[in-house]
Design a protein around this ligand. Structure first.
Ligand code: GDP
Length: 365
């Protein structure tokens, strides 16, 4: 499955956020399968109101959400890239995740010490990012030299590698993340992905604001949003303190509490969804009397790959997919209505699956 790594300086609210994320799941019992793989890894259901609508129409007994993993990656210290003990481990943990959720302290609280004695999310972000950039820089310098040498000797793959990693190296020397690299063609794209650079991973900034600012954000979070926009990253406003209060409440009391704060949904739901989008993940559904279930696929996937999310046999023996767009399914009152209206499509192996598709796969065993 896909993993989002939660990073940030000490005392910014990472653990509070992570615990709230995993506790919601535990509290929601049967319908939200939750499991802790390791103490610092939690699998979290991706909230999707469409699933409840589908389940209502087809009278499904169960609703099963698709999931995303979050990893609490503690232990960043200045100098991590210099490779001392915990720092090394920190960078290694980041290498293993697909996206970075970077928590930034945007709340004032005299009782909670800030590592630099000043609440300044942009400066904090820079400390973390500098470590990641230094680590990438160091690994790239060797790799680019090596690729250039092999390219001179006539190695075609090395030429593409030298070109794409050389571009990343220039960006990093300029103080910019490798994320801004523009690979030239499919080969460079593949090689760039394989290089697994830390600063190439997509980033979501989570602005942890005080309770009073949860609905509106504040001046500090506004600055983070500007930064995110400038560098092709995403940002959300959350109050980790509120989120940990919400998860401690009975589910039926939550909506009222959120409404009093001027919030439509919990900040956690927004973090999870933003993480999902950041990874380029989309959802298709399978719907029946037993269960309505959401499945994750990668944007651009074709029908057989989507089928493979359910079972490898479905992919191997794929014949076709009967597909109904979400809106058609809802407005036509379900499968038979959609079929009568000619909105149940027979799609083959080249069909590019769309977000919200309700699918049934035909396959050979
Ligand atoms: P971590 O070191 O980044 O994992 O930070 P923690 O989640 O352990 O939080 C550090 C301290 O800040 C704890 O005492 C939290 O209760 C507190 N804290 C976290 N989020 C908030 C918040 O939104 N508002 C306030 N006032 N305190 C918070």
């Amino acid at each position: 499955g896909f993993k989002c790594g939660i990073v940030g300086l000490p005392n910014v609210g990472k653990s509070t956020l992570f615990n709230a994320l995993t506790e919601t799941q535990a509290a929601q019992a049967a319908n939200y399968p939750f499991c802790t793989i390791e103490p610092n890894v939690g699998q979290v259901a991706v909230p999707d109101p469409r699933l409840d609508q589908l389940a209502a129409i087809s009278k499904s007994a169960k609703v099963i959400h698709t999931q995303l993993s979050f990893v609490d990656i503690a232990g960043l210290v200045k100098g991590a890239s210099a490779g001392e003990g915990l720092g090394n481990q920190f960078l290694g943990n980041i290498r293993e995740v697909d996206a970075i959720v970077h928590v930034l302290r945007c709340f004032e609280d005299d009782d909670i010490q800030h590592v630099a004695n000043k609440v300044d999310p942009l400066a904090d972000a820079e400390v973390v990012e500098t470590e990641l950039m230094l680590s990438d820089l160091e690994s790239l310098e060797k790799r680019v030299d090596n690729a250039k040498r092999r390219a001179t000797a006539g190695d075609k793959e090395a030429k593409a590698l030298a070109s794409v990693l050389g571009q990343a190296l220039e960006l990093l020397r300029d103080g910019k993340p490798a994320r801004l690299t523009q690979p030239n063609g499919d080969d460079e794209e593949r090689l760039f992905e394989q290089a697994q650079l830390l600063t190439a991973k997509p980033v979501l900034y989570v602005c942890n604001v005080g309770e009073g600012d949860a609905a509106t954000g504040n001046d500090l979070s506004a600055k983070v949003f500007e930064k995110a926009a400038a560098e092709g990253a995403q940002a959300v406003v959350v109050s980790a303190a509120i989120e940990s209060e919400i998860v401690a409440m009975a589910p039926e009391d939550r909506a009222e509490f959120l409404a009093e704060l001027g919030l439509e949904e919990s900040g956690l739901a927004r973090v999870i969804r933003a993480g999902y989008e950041l990874l380029g993940l989309k959802t298709f559904f399978t719907v029946g009397p037993k269960e309505a279930r959401a499945w994750t696929f990668h944007d651009g996937a074709r029908a057989p790959q989507a089928a493979g999310e359910i079972h490898t046999d479905f992919e191997r023996g794929f014949i076709r997919a009967e597909t109904i767009a979400f809106n058609d399914y809802i407005t036509l009152g379900g499968e038979s209505g959609a079929r009568e209206a000619g909105k149940l499509r027979q799609e083959g192996k080249d069909y590019v699956v769309q977000d919200g598709d309700v699918m049934m796969f035909k396959f050979n065993v």
